[in-house]
Design a protein around this ligand. Structure first.
Ligand code: NCD
Length: 351
């Protein structure tokens, strides 16, 4: 059994395969209409979502399968104090595959260690969001025609933006991809993401969106993630750090692709929507087809996910990431590998 917890769980060849299937689904939807007849997708959303949950639901329905789940933790037994791992044990018995979103980092890994069906990470806190990255990748492939030789600008909340972390992980595997990381000083890319994925890629960091635009092939805008701020005043101060509008695009390449995982708040003015380089609504629409391809792949795959047996207990180490699931989940085994917490990837502290 395979899972999708982190985008690097799939090789670049596997990603090409998913995109090929998604393109075939777009061209021949009738071929796929009943292929998941009798299968059930569990959608466990402990955090708000529009696109991700509905596109997963639409994907499974379009394959002839059915969907069960919840769209908020308050209506699940989490409200009664149930752990993530117990919820997953149960839903594994009621479904054939699970897509889950959780506010704590590492929750999908904890889930995958007890699940008896494939787990898809539909977003874990400010950590990763690999299915958004699949959506981003199919859009990049269809619009730019390639993954290599691209200058990719990523703008906004690079600290808490989980879609950013997964996109960088994915794109760093291709030849001659240059990243331009555009963020206020308070919201720069975390060190653990740089250490994991940017060791061999060229990147620059800047606060200047307008100055960066002319060099870009892709501009990936993101929302400032209000819900992750401990300090509301800081959010208020930073929320309008970047607003992309038509005037800022005057010096952009004619082949630029403007992407956004959505939802947008203020960071893209509506006057950009009619620009032929604005692809974010089409990007969201493509999410349905790439998720159909993903469901088919995971229901079919016999492989093994090493993470299920990864890591060791070590009483001399402690994960101090306040957003890691292991700090709140009762009874969870705290596991480490190469000095890092296996759930959230952050370096553990020696005690
Ligand atoms: C993103 C997310 O949930 O991280 N949304 C999405 O899945 N399309 C981006 C965001 O919420 O800003």
């Amino acid at each position: 059994m395979r899972n999708l917890i982190d985008i690097l769980d799939f090789s670049t060849e596997e990603i090409d395969g998913l995109i090929a299937v998604a393109n075939d689904i777009i061209d021949n939807p009738e071929k796929y209409r009943d292929v998941c007849h009798g299968k059930i997708l569990g959608t466990l959303f402990f955090e708000p979502s529009t696109r991700t949950r509905l596109s997963f639901t639409s994907a499974m329905m379009s394959l002839g399968g059915q969907v069960l789940g919840f769209d908020n933790a308050a209506s699940s037994s989490t409200a009664k104090g149930e752990t993530v791992q117990d919820t997953i044990r149960m839903v594994s018995a009621y479904s054939d595959i699970i897509a889950m979103r959780h506010p704590k980092e590492g929750a999908p890994i904890a889930a995958s260690r007890v699940a008896t069906v494939p787990i898809i990470n539909a977003g874990d806190g400010g950590h990763y969001h690999p299915t958004q990255t699949l959506t981003d990748l199919i859009t990049i492939k269809r619009k730019s025609g390639r993954f290599d030789n691209l200058t990719v600008g990523i703008c906004g909340d690079l600290k808490y933006g989980r879609t950013v972390h997964s996109l960088i992980a994915a794109m760093s595997r291709y030849e001659n991809v240059k990243f331009v990381l555009i963020a206020p000083d308070e919201l720069v890319l975390p060190d653990y993401v740089k250490e994991e994925f940017l060791k061999t890629s060229e990147y620059t960091e800047t606060v200047d969106l307008e100055g960066a635009i002319p060099s870009l092939d892709i501009l990936y805008m993101t929302r400032i993630q209000a819900e992750r701020f401990a300090d509301r005043d800081e959010y208020e101060r930073l929320k309008d750090s970047y607003i992309l509008d038509a005037s800022k695009l005057k010096c952009a390449k004619s082949t630029l692709s403007i992407l956004h995982p959505l939802p947008r708040v203020n960071e893209i003015a509506v006057d950009v929507d009619d620009d032929p380089r604005a692809h974010y609504f089409e990007q969201a629409a493509l999410g349905r087809y790439i998720r159909m391809a993903l469901i088919l792949k995971l229901l079919d795959t016999k492989g093994v996910d090493d993470r299920r047996t990864d890591g060791k207990e070590d009483p001399t180490l402690e994960c101090r990431n306040p957003h890691c699931l292991t700090l709140t989940e009762r009874g969870i085994k705290k596991l480490f590998k190469e000095g890092k917490c296996i759930y959230c990837d952050q370096t553990a502290v020696k005690i």
